[in-house]
Design a protein around this ligand. Structure first.
Ligand SMILES: Cc1cc2nc3c(=O)[nH]c(=O)nc-3n(C[C@H](O)[C@H](O)[C@H](O)COP(=O)(O)OP(=O)(O)OC[C@H]3O[C@@H](n4cnc5c(N)ncnc54)[C@H](O)[C@@H]3O)c2cc1C
Ligand code: SF4
Length: 558
């Protein structure tokens, strides 16, 4: 039975309210559609954001353990993946660095030759930058000055740059923390206050200075009538009325994500769906739906070409250094220590010391028992040489005030695969598990750079403990898994981000990114979503017959 549009709860349901989801919601409501956004995470305001990372219940997301924060950590054999979970997606916890990737990324990966990306993307990056309020960071803290000095000593001082960020900064001469009427959207947005350089961006900005999505895209979308359902997890998406290609619309089932027992199941109907649950979230949901038979025709390429930006986290702890290195913004500056290797200076706000449990004395060497032995030797030697200082840097108190995280990203190809399998340790249900070549956790040049940095402060170069013990790198930049391609034999969506083999079904999030970017991905995810939405006609012209363009020979022409 065919439904008329007003028989549906919504024209479009967007799953997830991060970068891809918020862009989709705003652009679709502007085109005249009735839009609902289902978001698993909670809504955050300056009143309920945690003050420090010791407030574990309001920082971490693991509702089964009573943790209802906005920061999710998922452990895989090949990477520990950090991501956001909130109304506003990753923007609540992200460090608001918004960088375009080098143009060479459009010549790599499965999206190569499917569009004239180099001609098309600049205008979408411009729109994304304007909407996210991207501007050059003018607030340099002690960590940034040290990064510059370390780069100069390493011969790469000329590559030092101030990051481009989505932060409302005070103009020169004005005091920080002043409140102004909407400075970004011609008076349509909320009032905002200028940044006070507390370094707390990754704990959620309690001062209204960070350009989170709930103060931008999503704010404007809700103002125009988009309905956002917080703490609502989508568990089922199924074509309606036996039309297996979704041409008669979809049924969406949800549960309350923060409930233990009464999960309050709900059912909605819509004509079209946008998956925007992040790279990991969309892979997980689609794998589950494919396996359960709700969406069996999703491409078998689902979960392939997952990239982690080849990241490694190291750092320097600076006990006794005269300045508080947590001052500034979360990521204030960066350097390129070689053509492929990019390092950013990252910080947490004073008092947010919980991550201190994960850092230890820097250790070189290839993974495995030898590296662990070398690490034990390093700790032991350091204890003998500087017993008090060593104990001090290994305990977490004061960590954020003294620690500069060096986020090292490499624009080198390297990918893993995610599969939906029963892990050995818990054979009762299926989960996403990672497969493929291990991503390197030891980048020798980056370690040398950390040692150089440490010498400048009389401090200690540090590694992440899980990288040494388990040879598992940490990343906040998981991308791919539903990549753009010419056909379902090579990817999950076409170049307009329409899912192959279904009608009126799209993906707008980090899962579609089809090459290693070498820079933080949110600006690219936003620009790609802007582009995908630009191809959707206005509601009055929609024939609800939008399907992926399948051109299996296209890649042969490239
Ligand atoms: C600590 C940290 C710092 C970062 N800093 C930066 C930075 O400075 N610059 C940068 O570019 N990137 C940064 N990132 C990465 C950035 O946050 C992500 O790349 C970005 O948020 C991805 O956007 P997205 O649209 O793919 O999804 P997200 O923004 O992750 O949004 C997806 C949303 O979908 C929701 N969801 C998932 N599954 C379901 C479901 N089944 N039902 C309903 N909702 C669901 C999630 O709760 C989430 O809110 C950082 C990440 C972290 C963790
Ligand atoms: S440094 Fe502090 S005030 Fe500035 S954006 Fe980050 S959290 Fe907000």
């Amino acid at each position: 039975m065919a439904h008329s549009t007003d028989q549906f709860d919504f024209d479009f349901i967007v799953i997830g309210s991060g970068f891809g989801g918020s862009v989709s919601a705003l652009r679709l409501v502007e085109k005249g559609y009735k839009v609902g956004v289902m978001e698993m995470g909670r809504r955050w305001t300056p009143d309920n954001l945690p003050h420090t990372s010791w407030s574990i219940r309001r920082w971490l997301w693991r509702p089964s353990l009573g943790l209802r924060g906005f920061f999710n950590i998922q452990f895989f054999e090949h990477a520990t993946i950090f991501h956001g979970c909130a109304v506003g997606g990753g923007s609540i916890t992200y460090a608001c660095t918004l960088l375009p990737p080098p143009v060479k990324v459009w010549e790599a990966g499965s999206w190569r030759a499917l569009a004239d990306w180099k001609a098309e993307m600049p205008r979408h990056y411009d729109t994304a930058s304007r909407m996210l309020g991207v501007t050059e960071n003018k607030i340099l803290g002690p960590a940034d000055t040290l990064l510059k000095k370390a780069a100069e000593s390493a011969g790469s001082g000329h590559t030092f740059y101030c990051t481009k960020v989505g932060i409302f900064q005070p103009v020169e001469g004005d005091p920080a923390g002043q409140t102004y009427p909407d400075p970004f959207f011609g008076g349509q947005g909320p009032e905002r206050s200028t940044c006070i350089a507390c370094g707390g961006c990754m704990m959620g900005c309690r001062y209204g200075a960070k350009n989170t999505l709930d103060l931008g895209y999503l704010y404007l979308a809700e103002k125009r009538g988009v309905q956002v359902f917080p703490e609502t997890k989508v568990v089922k998406v199924k074509p309606l009325d036996g039309a297996s290609d979704g041409s008669l619309g979809y049924e969406i089932c949800t549960v309350k994500s923060t409930a233990w027992l009464r999960r309050q199941p709900q059912r909605f109907t819509c004509r079209a769906v946008v998956f925007s649950a992040s790279s990991l979230g969309t892979m997980e949901l689609l794998c589950h739906l494919k396996e359960k038979g709700s969406l069996p025709a999703i491409s078998g390429q689902l979960g392939k070409h997952v990239r982690t930006n080849s990241e490694s986290l190291i750092g320097v702890r600076t006990p006794g250094y005269s300045e508080d290195v947590s001052q500034g913004i979360a990521i204030g500056s960066g350097v390129y220590i070689d053509e492929h290797t990019h390092i950013e200076a990252v910080r947490y706000p004073k008092g947010s010391d919980a991550m201190g449990f994960l850092t230890t004395i820097l250790t070189d060497g290839q993974p495995g028992p030898r590296r662990i032995a070398l690490w034990l030797k390093n700790v032991f030697t350091s204890m003998l040489r500087h017993p008090f200082k060593t104990v001090r840097v290994l305990q977490p108190l004061g960590w954020a005030r003294e620690f500069v995280i060096l986020l090292c990203m490499q624009a080198l190809e390297g990918e893993i695969e995610m599969r939906w399998e029963r892990p050995m340790f818990w054979p009762f249900r299926k989960f996403l598990v990672s497969r493929g070549e291990k991503v390197p956790t030891y980048i020798p040049k980056a370690n040398e750079f950390a040692k150089q940095f440490a010498r400048l402060t009389g401090g200690f170069a540090m590694s992440m403990l899980p990288e040494i013990l388990f040879n598992v790198p940490g990343t906040a930049h998981c991308i791919g898994g539903c990549v753009i391609a010419d056909s379902p034999s090579h990817g999950v969506v076409d170049s307009h981000q329409r899912i192959f083999n279904y009608k009126n079904m799209y993906i707008c999030d980090g899962s579609v990114v089809s090459a290693n970017l070498g820079v933080n991905p949110s600006l690219t995810i936003t620009a790609l979503a802007e582009r995908a939405m630009s191809y959707i006609p206005a509601a009055a012209e929609m024939n609800w017959n939008d399907r992926a363009h399948n051109d299996p020979h296209r890649h042969l022409l490239a």
